[in-house]
Design a protein around this ligand. Structure first.
Ligand code: NAP
Length: 279
């Protein structure tokens, strides 16, 4: 089996590490615009060798794990190159634009649109870890547009990675993910910005930062190169979530300004419900 990972960073690398233990006979190839990432991926044992687009006709499986703006450009080119039996899976964090760009491609049935809800704030092959996807959810969009044989292979792969499957249309995916992922990242980036601007002396931040600050600001370490195109592609949904979030922040500020501590208490108590939702 020939497995090609295009974008050999955190997600592509983590998928390769897990699949390697299940497909011991397979050859893992890496395609990436970053030569040092490719060299590192070989050195770390994530891939066997590097390859290029012309080799894709030999692929049985192609995982596309590049920033979402790059995915829009290269996915049609990948589908142009593959053979009729290959399966191409993308893992990008937005789903509507990528589904739209290949809608009428003659090899649309070789493609499956997914979003594994798993990750860390780190990037590149060094960030790849085993069992990243164990017990996590994988959102699959427009499954009916993928050929049955390719669907079967994909489901077998996700089972091997230990993932639960949720099916969703791409528009709903992008709307819901704006709340639980994209807004969380913006909120973390802006919390980090607010504290850094106030505390120009970084030593003070480290000395006083408890685990609350650290866990809330963790996502602000994420890669701007990966997140800017996500925010661009999901702009309308994100602006809606930001409007609601800013309204909540403003209302909370007004409660404090008005010394309305009963409502401050109630707001927090109502939100404690998150404990039951996220056990
Ligand atoms: P990453 O660690 O930065 O890996 C992406 C790799 O793609 C890097 O090696 C990058 O090189 C390379 N690349 C950039 N432009 C390219 C191009 N034009 N052609 C080929 N390779 C290119 O990013 P990641 O976190 O794995 O994210 C990959 C995808 O997974 C994204 O679509 C993201 O939305 C999605 N995703 C991420 C998470 C998460 O938590 N991180 C979770 C679920 C899904 P450089 O290092 O030079 O940029």
């Amino acid at each position: 089996m020939n497995i090609y990972i295009i974008g050999i960073g955190l997600i592509g690398g983590s998928i390769a590490l897990d699949l390697k233990s299940h497909f011991k006979e397979a050859t893992f190839f890496g395609i990436d615009s970053n030569e040092s990432n490719l060299a590192e991926a070989i050195q770390l044992g994530i891939i066997h060798q590097k390859a290029n687009f012309e080799d894709l006709e030999n692929a049985d499986l192609v995982i596309v794990s590049v920033p979402v703006d790059v995915g829009l450009v290269i996915l049609p080119q990948i589908l142009d190159k593959i053979n009729d039996n290959a399966l191409v899976i993308d893992v990008g964090s937005t789903k509507f634009p990528i589904c739209e760009v290949v809608e009428n491609h003659q090899r649309r049935r070789n493609f499956l649109a997914t979003h594994p809800i798993a990750g860390t704030e780190f990037s590149g092959p060094k960030a790849a870890i085993k069992e990243l996807f164990q017990g996590k959810t994988n959102i699959i969009c427009e499954v009916e547009k993928t050929a049955y044989k390719q669907q079967e292979l994909a489901l077998d792969l996700f089972q091997k990675l230990g993932m639960r499957i949720r099916y969703m249309d791409p528009k709903s995916h992008d709307k819901h993910i704006a709340y639980v992922s994209h807004l969380s990242h913006i909120s973390s980036f802006m919390l980090g910005k607010t504290v850094i601007e106030k505390e120009k002396n970084e030593r003070d931040i480290f000395d006083m930062a408890g685990s609350g600050f650290e866990s809330t600001v963790r996502l602000a370490k994420s890669s701007p190169a990966m997140w800017t195109p996500i925010f661009k592609q999901n702009k309308d949904n994100i602006i809606e979530t930001l409007d609601e979030y800013i309204l909540n922040l403003t209302q909370f500020k007004e409660l404090l300004q008005n010394d309305n501590y009963d409502e401050v208490f109630n707001e927090m108590q109502n939100t404690n419900r998150i404990k039951e939702i996220l056990k």
